[in-house]
Write a protein that binds this ligand. Structure first.
Ligand SMILES: [Zn+2]
Length: 530
């Protein structure tokens, strides 16, 4: 049996792993690359394998960096089925056509330029139609059920506690009269998320392919995230302005609606109108309401459908899909507006920032990771003026950030998860992480669990035998646009650490913020040099 890493290898996006047995060839995830220009380029052109030779795909969850290239595989000849959970299948019905729409728009914009210069026109990676067609091949399963895919391959989806329907996939493979168990973690969730359960503990595996996103980070909770949220809502209400929250459409938005509803119900905050202005978030919320069996029993056990709905619907919750409804929000005061994208680099949120950033009475609250170069990151870093839709906007609103809503396990939780194996797996590959996150997690797993973890390299292939994983295909070296990628990586880590410290009570916040600004400047220089 062989395993090859076509994505999420020394990076966090583009998850795609190929398993080749004597009889079968299958993929676990087939995700879109996101982030730098070099990474995004990998989405175009041909796959490094022939999709027509792939028998089936196993999908961990509905984030585009895990499922976003399945329609491309379909377009390029993949004719098999995609096995996943029921909720992931339904969320993909929202996410994939949206992703296709973005691809089509992007290519249309590029082609206008290319046409003017007489150059050859581009084709979208895939179209809305490709996405819709490939969705017909999805098969949705419940958690914990065994699915016999071929006489040699059986799989089981276990709750990963990351987003609705997310799964850790257990794969049982029979080869030469022996059975081996492979475990693909997908993204491992953070504990204590409001709607879904904590990640499932797995006790036995021969081979583990594990995510490492926060391999070098602890989620520091300077204070209770819900108390902070309540305080921000109250102070904004007092000022009479709007609270604008850029939020990922799937899971984060529904978590926020849930928390705010509970706070209103319990009288922690005064009733306030909440507008969810994102067609994708509205669609995703419908999927949540259709799949309450994927919710945690802790809150949702023994309650009726109507009671369950009360957490997401009610007199103060307004779902906005029509453009006119979205525009009407420009004139609103004293409301909470939750909109996408989560990093404020696209979508309707940009309009709400344009109409609220310059108002002192408004507040902008970030509840998710803001990648470098995004509008969200620039606002968070304290820029006093930002450009939105070609217009210069002064930043006068209060800007806050709450980290505790992360949907990823931190280093402590990742290591604890590994420590639950009763017998050490013979192979553990680390994927879905960057530089220091990978090397730190590798070291900590070695020290605390006594397992020699391997960092999966891009396109490297390993032969899985007892006790050894011999590399049979060398990795493809990756072209980096940064002159000193390791240096840039270290900077990012220092920045994150200082930002954490600035969030802790009792620290000299001003000094830390000054330090952070200096680092940001150096980082910009570095990027320019690249
Ligand atoms: Zn994810």
């Amino acid at each position: 049996m062989k395993i090859q890493f076509f994505g999420a290898a020394e990076t966090v996006t583009g998850s795609c792993f190929m398993v080749t047995t004597e009889q079968e060839k299958f993929l676990v995830d087939c995700g879109l690359f996101q982030g730098s220009k070099d990474l995004k380029e990998r989405n175009y052109g041909d796959f490094a394998f022939n999709p027509a030779e792939v028998d089936f795909i196993l999908l961990t969850h509905a984030h585009v960096d895990h499922c976003g290239l399945i329609p491309k595989a379909y377009k390029h000849g993949f004719a098999g089925k995609i096995y996943t959970t029921i909720a992931t299948k339904e969320l993909c019905g929202v996410v994939l056509p949206d992703s296709a729409h973005i691809q089509e728009m992007e290519v249309e914009r590029k082609n206008r330029k290319l046409a003017r210069s007489g150059a050859e026109l581009l084709e979208p990676i895939y179209t809305v139609n490709d996405a819709k067609e490939c969705l017909k091949r999805f098969i949705g399963q419940k958690y914990e059920e065994e699915i016999v895919i071929t006489p040699n391959v059986t799989v089981r989806f276990e709750d990963a506690g990351h987003i609705l329907g997310s799964a850790i996939i257990e794969v049982f493979i029979k080869e030469a009269g022996e059975e081996k168990k492979l475990v693909f973690t997908g993204d491992i969730g953070n504990i204590n998320q409001p709607i879904i359960d904590d990640p499932t503990i797995i006790k036995q595996a021969d081979v583990v392919v594990m995510e490492s996103t926060y391999g070098n980070r602890y989620h520091i909770e300077a204070e209770n995230k819900l108390e902070t949220l309540a305080r921000i809502v109250k102070t904004t209400q007092k000022k009479g302005g709007n609270l604008v929250i850029p939020s990922f459409a799937v899971e984060r938005t529904q978590d926020l609606i849930f928390h705010l509803q509970v706070m209103m119900k319990e009288g922690v905050i005064d009733p306030v109108d909440i507008y969810i202005d994102s067609p994708m978030a509205v669609e995703a919320t419908k999927v949540f309401l259709d799949n309450p069996e994927f919710f945690t029993d802790e809150v949702f056990c023994n309650i009726s459908d109507a009671e369950c709905r009360e957490y997401f619907e009610g007199p103060h919750i307004n779902y906005v899909t029509a453009v006119e409804g979205s525009i009407a929000l420009n004139k609103i005061k004293g409301a909470i507006i939750i909109s996408a994208s989560g990093m404020a680099d696209a979508g309707r949120i940009k309009h709400h920032l344009k109409h609220n950033l310059w108002r002192r009475e408004s507040t902008v609250l970030f509840v998710g990771y803001q990648a470098q170069g995004t509008l969200g990151r620039r606002i968070l870093e304290g820029e006093k003026k930002v450009r939105i839709h070609g217009e210069e906007i002064a930043v006068k609103a209060d800007i806050f950030r709450i980290d505790g809503f992360s949907s990823h396990a931190d280093q402590r939780a990742l290591v604890e998860w590994v420590n639950n194996f009763e017998k050490k797996p013979s192979h553990l590959f680390l994927v879905h992480g960057e530089g220091e996150a990978l090397s730190t997690l590798q070291r900590v797993i070695e020290q605390e669990a006594g397992i020699a973890a391997k960092i999966a390299e891009y396109q490297a292939e390993y032969e899985i035998e007892d006790g050894v994983a011999a590399k049979v295909k060398e990795p493809v070296t990756v072209k980096e646009s940064l002159v000193m990628p390791e240096l840039a990586d270290s900077f990012r880590n220092i920045q994150e650490k200082i930002r954490d410290m600035a969030n802790m009570p009792g620290k000299d916040v001003r000094k830390l913020q000054y330090l952070l600004a200096q680092l940001n400047e150096i980082e910009r220089e570095l990027n320019r040099a690249g």
